[in-house]
Design a protein around this ligand. Structure first.
Ligand code: F6R
Length: 604
């Protein structure tokens, strides 16, 4: 996702910024830019696509800021489009008249601020929320002629999440900074007076030793003479290993990706979840014209997200929805009719079976949407419309944050469709929107929960298999839990609809058959309870996951009490991901690169 770098010092600022941005490439982005300030000259460069496009521009066009004896300040940014398309105009740094800003996060009240500033004569050129920051700063500076005060007044007016670096010709030796929501670190360089900024450790390693990880609400101003912080800070030592830094200090990419789900879902909802409605700029209002059915096609984890969505589309959009595994769909000679909206779901956008299914649907004249994490991937180029997940690059082979963002995006789509079809009552919509806002909290990994999963994992390393069971949307979640366990622990696991056990699988029940029971309070609790009791009566070992105590369980993972089944869904997802990861660790497996698997399956 978006990344920030900054530098004050006498070295080659442009190269330091470009190299810093390269270190952030692993997070994913679609455009990048830097601004350089030396004395009263500012130069800015922006490019869409890879950092090397930006680098070429910088090398060919830098005219100022080439004198290394003179102090040069610089700020840089990689952008993953949220408000407005990935264009140069929308790329950061954003300009006022004499100042530039880079920003990670979202300014929730940017529309009001933009209106106010436009009325007082400020001219906006981009579609971003970020641009209001630099105009607000100049609005105050024009009144007070005091950069410190203007920056403080500016940040007091902002609502939302905002980590910011701002430079201005009015104080050409300083970088103003603020952290709220998104991460921001400041490091002292190895040379005298040098200061580096970055949104994660990777760009700082090797260049600095001492670092401050800013806490929310901290701001200040830095110059070659030192840093003034708004609050007292704690300096710590930077790690020396880049890979470790890229994993943000976690043991595995999978672990990092599990932990960052609470943040990436915020990006998935950004600009789409409004006060009282859902908006998808990527879709036109006539998307459902002539449509009587949705067909979803996907593979693996993405298929499980699709299956979850099929419940939500029928429940909330009141539209028939079928889901198919792409490799089956391709060869079944499917009947394709133009009243079907065809949705493919894919993290990579390159999965061969899903891509071929999409092409078949296109050739059959169906409208199509790709719900995908990788912009410009093959599926996004074939589909009529694309809705990006904005999960950032997923490195662990076992998919985690792709699933949570897919589910969030598809849930929002079901609300959007329900609204444009006029079948979703206002009160119901309000509840769903409020629940969406609470998802980051449900996806937060509490230490206690992780520790519980770690401790329990030692009891589940043997046996002859696992049943993951659930009902309704908790059935696809059970499938996903079983798939995660299979992939990285190499233990046999199956997901089943809980009510289906008595139709055959229960014959396997014995103490060495582990049942992982998803028992949400708010969706068919009594029904699933009876199903689990049936398994317990046949001596299966039961690990129940529920906010309600269940006396027949052998092990119990207590989830939080909430008021909506989807919040239970996301917390249980975290439990299942952690549980399989900890089993895999105990078995000594390679968590990030399990045997026989590839991240992108481009063969059929
Ligand atoms: C499971 C996993 C796979 C993928 C599947 C589809 O953890 O990663 O099951 O979900 O190969 O991949 P995408 O979503 O890239 O189409």
């Amino acid at each position: 996702m978006c990344g920030i770098v900054g530098y004050i010092g006498k070295k080659d600022t442009k190269s330091i910024l470009i190299e810093g941005l390269k270190e952030l490439e692993y997070r994913g982005y679609d455009s990048a830019g830097i601004a350089l300030l030396q004395n009263d000259k500012i130069e800015v460069f922006k490019a869409v696509g890879k950092i090397k496009n930006l680098e070429e521009k910088v090398l060919q066009n830098t005219t100022c800021c080439t004198n290394f004896d003179t102090l040069t300040l610089g700020i840089g940014h990689t952008r993953w489009a949220t408000h407005g398309k990935p264009t140069e105009l929308n790329a950061h740094p954003h300009l006022g008249v004499y100042s530039y800003v880079v920003h990670n996060g979202i300014i929730e009240n940017y529309k009001e601020l933009k209106e106010e500033l436009t009325l007082s004569g400020h001219i906006f050129v981009s579609q971003t929320d970020t641009e209001v920051i630099v105009h607000l700063f100049e609005y105050y500076f024009n009144q007070y002629n005091d950069a410190n005060r203007s920056f403080k007044e500016t940040i007091e007016r902002l609502h939302g999440a905002y980590s910011i670096l701002l430079i201005t010709k009015s104080e050409p030796n300083k970088i103003f900074f603020m952290k709220h929501g998104s991460p921001l670190a400041i490091a002292k360089g190895n040379d005298d007076g040098e200061i580096y900024f970055a949104s994660s450790d990777a760009p700082l390693i090797g260049l600095a030793n001492d670092v401050v990880y800013l806490e929310d609400g901290m701001s200040g101003v830095a110059s070659i003479y030192g840093i003034e912080f708004s609050h007292s800070v704690q300096w710590s030592t930077l790690p020396t290993n880049k890979l470790f830094a890229q994993k943000n200090g976690f043991r595995f990419f999978m672990e990092k990706e599990i932990y960052e789900q609470k943040d990436v879902v915020v990006d998935s909802m950004m600009g789409r979840l409004k006060d009282d409605t859902i908006v998808f700029d990527e879709l036109t209002h006539d998307i459902l014209e002539g449509i009587n059915e949705i067909k979803i096609c996907a593979c693996g984890t993405s298929y499980h997200a699709g299956l979850t969505a099929s419940y939500l589309f029928e429940r909330l959009s009141k539209i028939r929805c079928t889901v198919e595994i792409a490799s089956e769909f391709r060869y079944k000679e499917p009947l394709l009719t133009p009243d079907t909206l065809f949705i493919v779901i894919s993290q990579s956008g390159e999965t061969a079976d899903t891509l071929e299914a999409l092409k078949m649907a296109k050739n059959g004249g169906l409208k199509s949407i790709a719900v995908c994490n990788v912009d410009n991937s093959s599926m996004t180029r074939v589909a009529d419309a694309t809705i990006l997940l904005r999960a950032g690059i997923e490195k662990g082979v076992a998919s985690t944050k792709a699933f949570s963002t897919q589910t969030v995006v598809l849930w929002m789509m079901s609300l959007y469709f329900g609204t444009i079809r006029g079948v979703l009552a206002k009160e119901k919509l309000e509840i769903e929107l409020q629940t969406l806002r609470e998802i980051p909290n449900s996806l937060k990994v509490e230490d206690k929960l992780h520790e519980k999963c770690r401790r329990l994992s030692k009891r589940y390393l043997h046996g002859h298999g696992f049943f993951f069971i659930g009902r309704d949307v908790f059935f696809p979640l059970a499938l996903e839990g079983a798939l995660k366990l299979k992939e990285i622990s190499y233990l046999h696991a199956e997901g089943y609809p809980a009510g289906e056990m008595k139709h055959g699988p229960i014959a396997l029940a014995d103490p060495e058959l582990f049942t992982i029971a998803l028992m949400p309070q708010h969706l068919h609790y009594d029904k699933i309870k009876s199903n689990v009791e049936e398994l317990s009566a046949r001596d299966s070992t039961i690990c129940a996951i529920s906010p309600l105590p269940f006396e027949l369980s052998d092990d119990f993972i207590n989830t939080k009490k909430t008021n909506h089944y989807m919040l239970e869904f996301f917390e249980m997802l975290i439990v299942l991901q952690l549980f399989s990861m900890e089993i895999s660790v105990r078995l000594g497996n390679d968590v990030d690169m399990p045997r026989n698997l590839a991240k992108s399956v481009t063969v059929e």
